[in-house]
Ligand binder design. Sequence first.
Ligand code: HEC
Ligand code: HEC
Ligand code: HEC
Ligand code: HEC
Ligand code: HEC
Ligand code: HEC
Ligand code: HEC
Length: 276
Amino acid sequence: MKIPAEFLAQIALWLRGGCLRHRRVRTAAAATGLLALLLAVACANLDRSVVAPLHIAGATHLGSAACADCHAEQSRWFASSPHGRRDRGGADWAPVAGCESCHGPGSRHAATSSPEWIINPRREPEACLQCHIHTAAEFRLPSHHPLVEGRIDCVSCHDPHGTEILKPAGGLAMARENAACGACHREQHRPFVFEHEALREGCTVCHAPHGSIHGRLLTAPGNHLCLKCHAQNQTATGQIIIGKVDHTASLRLGGCYTAGCHMAVHGSNLQPKLRY
Ligand code: HEC
Ligand code: HEC
Ligand code: HEC
Ligand code: HEC
Ligand code: HEC
Ligand code: HEC
Ligand code: HEC
């Protein structure tokens, strides 16, 4: 069974956060052996330098209900959002679920209403990455969206409080629709006379949104990317056929989109074979 890294991170947070405040709970839980096992698994799998509960000097957790008084807008759909639906309410669960899992302990902020005493993950994506350690690693791959560099943030593509986190706030479902990417990349998202039907499956069939080991955020290197959908067949006489066309000679020239044959991978206004 593969345990998602997010849950391991959460368990570690819960054990650490919860344990310190409720020593007796820990002893009882450890006695069952189960949580001890989970902890062992968690520690073996986690980079603990990344997994640290959010900290705000002198502040304690209140639980999500305390935020709703002043923030009705963010609280409205939160209970059925991917993060909110694991919230059990109350201060105990606050570090791992609920508003304060992303915004940090809120007591000083609630008392002062000052933005100084609360974390905004748009400006501090580390708040998200403490749990999403896999995503954190993706943003450090050789080709990545410039998040660490501060030129893009999680909210450019994810709605943190809504029922569907893969939608940007107020936008279309982005994994299927390309509008969210098109907001910044108009050139690739505009209508083409000769469209490349691959784009109907979404930009993410070819691009990893966070980062990739392949250049240009591509999901596969070189011709492999194209051959995922365009089958390559070899005839008995040794010809290589792609898309009903004999490619034996052209493949010797180089890659599908690097050798000058199909440079307009996103679509073309001039040439149906996506040449330019
Ligand atoms: C007594 C009312 C009150 C309570 C309770 C309250 N807030 Fe706020 N919060 C405010 C006000 C007012 C602002 C706007 C501050 C500003 O922009 O000057 C704000 C701003 C924020 C911001 C934006 C900060 C920024 O810099 O962008 C976040 C995030 C936030 N609150 C989260 C929370 C969370 C989480 C809780 C529950 C732990 C909470 N708030 C409880 C009044 C409150
Ligand atoms: C998954 C992490 C996450 C959780 C959980 C979360 N938020 Fe946020 N919150 C964010 C991010 C990211 C932003 C920045 C959004 C933006 O700028 O559009 C934000 C912004 C805010 C703001 C400032 C809004 C503004 O327009 O500046 C408030 C207030 C807020 N959150 C309150 C809450 C409350 C209340 C809850 C619980 C009901 C909550 N958040 C739960 C991630 C989260
Ligand atoms: C306290 C740990 C924690 C924090 C902080 C956190 N997440 Fe999550 N997140 C989770 C867990 C656990 C899940 C899995 C929820 C589920 O599957 O029910 C999840 C799910 C998601 C998903 C949906 C994945 C899917 O397959 O549907 C996205 C996207 C996401 N988080 C983005 C963010 C962003 C953006 C932030 C910061 C604004 C953030 N998370 C902060 C723990 C966290
Ligand atoms: C350029 C847009 C973009 C940005 C910026 C972005 N994401 Fe994503 N994210 C996506 C898309 C698109 C998916 C869906 C991937 C898919 O369907 O293959 C996704 C999926 C996820 C998932 C689900 C697991 C996975 O990897 O498929 C998590 C968790 C997540 N993002 C967290 C984050 C966090 C945390 C941040 C900020 C630190 C962030 N994302 C920034 C576009 C983005
Ligand atoms: C908030 C704006 C924004 C959004 C939304 C956005 N990007 Fe980007 N994208 C950028 C920036 C900034 C760069 C870096 C450009 C540079 O370095 O010149 C970039 C670079 C890229 C690159 C080129 C990487 C390279 O190595 O040259 C690709 C491919 C890409 N984005 C695809 C996507 C896809 C797919 C989506 C939707 C899932 C998306 N982008 C959403 C801002 C955005
Ligand atoms: C069929 C696969 C495929 C799909 C689908 C796709 N791309 Fe690309 N994209 C590529 C390839 C291949 C390159 C690299 C081209 C090159 O290096 O000459 C690329 C390059 C890019 C670049 C970098 C452009 C540059 O000149 O550096 C951006 C930005 C980009 N794509 C955005 C998008 C967006 C946004 C979408 C969705 C609307 C999308 N792509 C859909 C294959 C695809
Ligand atoms: C997600 C699947 C997918 C991927 C990946 C993909 N394509 Fe396509 N492509 C299609 C579909 C569907 C069509 C339209 C049906 C057809 O002609 O096969 C198409 C059509 C084409 C056409 C026009 C064919 C004609 O006869 O009109 C060319 C050229 C092409 N693709 C090249 C590429 C190149 C180059 C790559 C790699 C960068 C690539 N494709 C990656 C799905 C894909």
